[in-house]
Design a protein around this ligand. Sequence first.
Ligand code: XMP
Length: 514
Amino acid sequence: RILILDFGSQYTQLIARRVREIGVYCELWANDVDAEQIREFNPQGVILSGGPESVTSDDTPRATQVVFELGVPVLGICYGMQTMAAQFGGKVAASKHREFGYAEVSPKNHSPLLESLDDHAGLKKLDVWMSHGDKVVELPPGFDCIAETASAPIAAMANEEKRLYGLQFHPEVTHTRQGGEILKRFVREICGCDALWTPGNIIDDMVARVQEQVGDDEILLGLSGGVDSSVVAALLHKAIGDKLTCVFVDNGLLRLKEGDQVMEMFAQHMGIRVIRVDAEDLFLSKLAGVADPEQKRKIIGNAFIDVFDAESSKLNEIKWLAQGTIYPDVIESAGSKTGKAHVIKSHHNVGGLPEHMKMQLVEPLRELFKDEVRKIGVELGLPYDMVYRHPFPGPGLGVRILAEVKKEYADILREADHIFIEELHKADYYHKTSQAFAVFLPVKSVGVTGDGRRYEYVVALRAVETIDFMTARWAHLPYELLEKVSSRIINEIEGISRVTYDISSKPPATIEWE
Ligand code: XMP
């Protein structure tokens, strides 16, 4: 296992995902975590991430000394390299030119980390992604320079004896062409980790852990139909069979026919006990008159908890509550081991159980990234289309109606969304986009049908391509496809006279409209 210490780079999560893809388990912790915790974790190697600050200033973070006392290999990336250099007696200087983007580095001095990486392509240079201001200008004693670029004569360094490595560039981003290979060499060869982190092993391990955690007890799960809770359901069903009870709350803000599909899949097909609660009226009544997005999120989150609480109190007492928390939720929610990334919106899926429910949590996916959750979903036998379905926010259509939520609006939006998704599938574009949906705009715009003018609502279509949902590019869908969707929506749905396509990228726009 590998430990990654976070110095606040936007790419830190990517490092963890790359290491997992290599088949090696890793965790991502804040850089100021306790020395004792690190010793207990007992990593076979440590990676220090990049970060936005400057080592040249005294009050910026350093790598805790313990990582250099463990006797395991350490790889510093960007800021991680700079702090390593400074801590071992080298010199880091703030540079006048920020280097940002592609660079060509030339490996030198035969390091096992970078040597003959690109030979099969006949190239001696590596295409890498740089993003830094400071750089190491003087190597610490015992270190060699193992790569250079035109503007950073020390683009990588190594102390082979102590197995300490530093890279000025970012191997974790896909723009660094051999980045995966570099990380693989570090993790597999230099640290000596075996590639045991595979879907089959993960499932066996999780099933065993759940069985050990809950023994013969029953577990209650809030099933939303989304990927995470669906995979938890399948996993728990495998682990404890009919000791699992799921509660599925239809809040009236789901996609077209979603409730029926969830019941068909889990109750009929898999034989899991699922209690369906039709709570549309309750949710809509609580949302009446509320237009503020954050308030809508809170109301929907709280209403969900109330309904869930009421439903579970009808059952015999169950000690355990399962949740589909995944690793990015853990990293992003404040108060976690890292808690560095900003919470931009209150995502209600994490935490928030009422005190009196006093149930203990089972969170089998807590250590997994989304792509890992999907892989084990497929391995557990869930249909591909369900596991690779686009993400859908917890508050559902509630945050895609840019006004007070009304049934009329939700019904119109559901139809429009369905047409868009159906056409994306038909044109084979669904899986080429990461998330696509329709948004209801409460403004009325003029249209003509036959001889009459009509004033009706507007629907915006949104489709994005993204890897991590932190940044996203609007999908360049073919005009023909957009035309088909638009004409179907306007012709088939009463109440819509205009369709627009959102061409904003994130940042500065977000993926959702509110
Ligand atoms: P934004 O809009 O922040 O969205 O660019 C990034 C991803 O997060 C989803 N999202 C939410 N998911 N509750 C959720 O469970 C929410 O309140 C929420 N808001 C945004 C969004 O769909 C996208 O996948």
